[in-house]
Each structure stands twice: as C-alpha cells, then as structure tokens.
Design a protein around this ligand. Structure first.
Ligand code: ADP
Length: 274
C-alpha cells in the first residue's frame, strides 16, 4: 500500500470516527404529565453508544421520570423515545407509529438495565442466584455460563467471597453492589443509575461509586447517571445535563457545565453543593 493511500485511509477513518454515531437512546419532543401537572416539557436528548451522561438538577425537576420512561415504568404523554434505533413505546406499522404491545416493549427494553436507590434483591436467594436468575430464565443463558458470568461480575464488584451469602447478611453498600452486578450481567447497552447512593450511610457511598466508575471505564456500555454527587459526575460523565422544572436547561462537558454555568438557575444549584 502506498503511503498516500494509507494517509487517505487514515483520513477516512478519522472522518467516520468523528461522525455522529446513531444514538443508542433518543428522546424526541417528549412530554409527560401526571394529571394536570406537566413534569417534562418537550425533552430532546440523545445518548451515543458508550456515552456517560449525568443528569443533575433539583429534586422534582423530572430526572427520575426521564429514566422511568426509558425503563417503561412510565409512558410519555407525547413524543417518541427510541432505543437502538427502534421506537420504545410505539411500533412502526406500514410507516405509521402505533402504540406498542407488551412483547415489543419487553424486547426493546432488554437493551436497558437499571439500578435504583432501593436495591430490591431477592431476600430468599443467595447473592449468586440473585445474579443468575434473569440470565437463565429471561435470556435463556445456559446455567453453567450464567454462573460463570455472575461469579466474574461479583468478583469485579468486590464480592467474590460472598457468593453464597444472603442479602440480609450484607451491608447496604454491598447489597447495592450486588444490584449493580445483577443488572450488568444482562449485558445491557444502556445502564440507568438513579441516585444509587442516596439511601446509603455516608461511609458506604464511596465503594458503590468506585464500582460504577470502574464499569464506566470499560467504555462500551452507555450510562445515564442521576446523581447529586457532583464530584462523581465530574469524574465519570462525558456530558452533564442540568434539568429544572421539566426542562433541560444546560448541558455540555462536565468542566463547562459544572465550572462555568451560564444560567442563574444552574449557578445557584451548583452553589448549594460547594
Ligand atoms: P426528580 O427525579 O428530578 O426528583 P421526578 O421525576 O421524581 O423528579 O418528579 C418530577 C415531578 O413529577 C415531581 O413534581 C413529582 O412529584 C411528580 N411525579 C413523579 N411521579 C409521579 C406520579 N406517579 N404521580 C404524580 N406525580 C408524580
């Protein structure tokens, strides 16, 4: 290959590398009301494959509702949410979007994993079984493979010596790490973390954030991180999205959003954490 061709190829690769990839998640003009209360107002947001997006904002600004709609726990009042190029709440029939059935929802939702504030492990199952149930029974992974996958993941979150323990024998931080492992063994393309440390004693917060940071470094899994931990958002996120009163008010790289807020609303929000 001549050097000119190599250079051209290199240039082509760079173009495709910087070209915008198809988003793994896309909110298009999404609004959500509970009764008369409109809690999300025409939200547009894309998440690229592997991108880590921190969602910050005051309590009640709509962050959890954004996540819950993606997890199909709430339905948008209007607008479309796409996952991996497919509408989530709708199905395309003859070029028109019609409401999706449960089967379609389940299939598209399989791309998404979620960890909440409350870890909700199965209390009567060992830690290992908590992490093998869904791969075996939902995804049809052979039992030996599911055990191998879960064991590796539990080792990775620092719980390799607790496989046979029950949730009640673990600390809150350890239980939350199991909840993370349980979601990640399903190999989702997107992980949602909704204030996963806010129910924990302060001394247990660090170990859970460290596990998420470790997973974030791997790169291929996109993450939506709802958090009040600004240092964590700064370290982990590629982009920080600030919400207030149902709107996306500001977004950008962590340094820009957290160190140089443009709006008075974000300035006063950040001020409260400094
Ligand atoms: P955040 O996560 O930013 O704290 P939420 O998405 O939890 O915000 O809530 C946004 C608004 O929606 C709040 O005013 C909240 O009271 C309201 N809300 C959330 N879920 C429901 C619900 N199921 N029914 C009625 N109102 C709700």
């Amino acid at each position: 290959m001549s050097s000119a061709t190599t250079a051209e190829n290199h240039q082509l690769m760079e173009v495709s590398a910087v070209g915008t990839p198809e988003p793994i998640v896309r909110y298009k003009n999404v609004s959500k009301s509970f009764g008369d209360l409109e809690v999300l107002k025409q939200i547009d947001m894309d998440i690229a494959p592997g991108e880590k997006v921190a969602l910050i904002g005051p309590s009640g600004s709509g962050k959890t509702t954004v996540a819950r709609m993606l997890m199909t726990l709430e339905k948008p009042t209007s607008g479309v949410i796409e996952v991996n190029g497919e509408p989530l709440w709708h199905k395309e029939v003859n070029g028109k979007l019609v409401p999706a059935d449960q089967k379609h929802l389940r299939r598209v939702r399989a791309n998404i994993g979620m960890v909440f504030q409350q870890y909700n492990l199965f209390p009567h199952m060992t830690i290992l079984r908590n992490c093998t149930e869904a791969p075996i029974h939902v995804q049809g992974v052979p039992k030996d493979q599911a055990i191998k996958r879960a064991t590796e993941m539990l080792e990775r979150v620092g719980l390799g010596d607790k496989l046979d323990a029950y949730p009640s024998q673990l600390s809150g931080g350890q239980q939350q790490r199991v909840a993370i492992a349980r979601a990640v063994v399903m190999r989702p393309k997107v992980m949602l973390f909704d204030e996963v440390t806010s129910a924990l004693d302060p001394e247990l917060v660090g170990e859970v954030l460290a596990v998420i940071k470790d997973l974030a470094r791997e790169g291929n899994m996109a993450m939506m991180l709802i958090t009040h931990e600004m240092d964590f958002a700064y370290d982990v996120a590629d982009r920080v999205v600030f919400m207030d009163q149902g709107y996306i008010v500001e977004q950008g790289p962590p340094k820009q959003v957290l160190e140089n807020p443009q709006t008075e609303r974000l300035q006063s929000f950040i001020h409260r954490f400094r």
